[in-house]
Design a binder for this molecule. Structure first.
Ligand SMILES: CC/C=C\C/C=C\C/C=C\CCC/C=C/C(=O)SCCNC(=O)CCNC(=O)[C@H](O)C(C)(C)COP(=O)(O)OP(=O)(O)OC[C@H]1O[C@@H](n2cnc3c(N)ncnc32)[C@H](O)[C@@H]1OP(=O)(O)O
Length: 303
């Protein structure tokens, strides 16, 4: 899939899998049997907590960066490191992404990283945003977004990059690519990821209007796959993961790769150009002014 994340090959292409037991289909099954002292492995840095249950092969990643899990350069770096660790861990076959912050899944890209900084900083930040998407959209793991709060823009991109989205039923929560509302533009690979999920017409309207969809509407347009009460979210995510893991990894991974390859390849082919475009765009006085007004509006809304 994505060249920066080599696709683990649990079985050489063309070799038939042992279909006798789903237990044998995963990457974990290819390890020599070892006695593990514990079934849970936890690693945590400042902004993200990761727990891997080695018996099921399912990791849970919890965003814990108050106040709103905004995607700063530090956050994105931790996110990419965590994804790389899990991707390279043969005991891990699936990932559930959720938030430890009440009411917010992620508020999207940290606006302060795009405001009043140097062109070098913008370039470094944008490369980190690209890297996060390449790793998540190109992941060979089963990925499920357990969306327990609002998820605008970059937060929505994280959810869209997963294989399946489950959102908590709450009339206050919204999700969508609202960039246009900030006076900025969702880049082509945000757009492609969105189109691949909801279809062209829905994406065109939603992107032009910068819509943040309430949960029921997000479900109706296919932006989220399922809606559940808060207390059922983890149970539902675990059940979905189990369903996806019941298939042979290599078949699911190759299918995923086939579905996503064109979009990933397109972005990789234009990666440097995309960084230059971002830097040029975000450095414009008019765009800086729009971002400043948007931040002001957020502050006013509070008071
Ligand atoms: C042709 C085109 C050519 C080229 C194009 C090339 C490139 C494209 C260019 C740009 C692409 C950029 C893509 C951008 C993607 C993004 O993700 S932008 C971010 C979008 N996010 C939002 O709009 C969310 C804004 N936030 C909110 O709506 C709310 O804060 C919330 C619903 C998330 C939470 O609400 P509350 O619980 O009420 O909390 P507060 O609003 O009080 O917020 C607390 C605190 O946090 C600050 N904050 C909120 N969001 C962000 C953020 N995204 N970044 C930084 N900071 C944020 C908020 O200001 C408050 O701060 P304080 O007042 O407490 O200091």
């Amino acid at each position: 899939m994505c060249p920066s994340v080599p696709l683990p090959s649990p079985c050489p292409p063309g070799i038939l899998f042992p279909y006798s037991s789903p237990q044998l289909w995963g990457r974990a099954a290819l390890q020599p049997p070892v006695l593990l002292p514990t079934q849970r492995r936890t690693f945590s840095n400042n902004k993200i907590l990761v727990e891997l249950d080695t018996s099921s092969g399912v990791a849970t990643m919890k965003f814990k960066s108050p106040p709103v899990n905004s995607l700063s350069l530090d956050f994105l770096t931790e996110f990419c490191i965590s994804l790389e660790k899990l991707e390279n861990d043969r005991a891990c076959r699936a990932l559930i992404i959720t938030s430890a912050i009440p009411r917010i899944f992620s508020s999207g890209l940290d606006i302060m990283e795009m405001f009043g900084k140097s062109t070098e900083h913008y370039a470094e930040f944008w490369r980190a945003v690209q890297e996060m998407w390449l790793r998540l959209y190109g992941s060979s793991m089963v990925t499920v977004a357990a969306i327990n709060g609002s998820s605008p823009a970059g937060g929505c991109l994280i959810a869209l990059s997963c294989d399946y989205r489950i959102m908590v039923e709450n009339p206050k929560y919204v999700i969508g690519l609202n960039e246009a509302q900030l006076g900025i533009v969702a880049p082509f690979w945000f757009k492609d990821t969105f189109v691949n999920t909801v279809g062209h017409r829905v994406a065109e309207r939603s992107l032009q209007l910068g819509l943040l969809h309430p949960v029921t509407e997000a479900h109706q347009i296919g932006l989220v796959d399922e809606v559940v009460p808060e207390e059922k979210l983890q149970e539902k995510a675990a059940a979905v993961v189990a369903q996806w893991l019941a298939l042979p990894d290599h078949a699911r991974q190759l299918t995923k790769s086939m579905m996503r390859k064109a979009v990933l390849d397109h972005m990789l082919a234009h990666r440097e150009e995309d960084i230059q475009n971002f830097v040029k765009f975000i450095s414009k006085d008019s765009i800086q002014k729009s971002l400043s007004m948007y931040m002001e509006m957020l502050k006013k809304k509070k008071s």
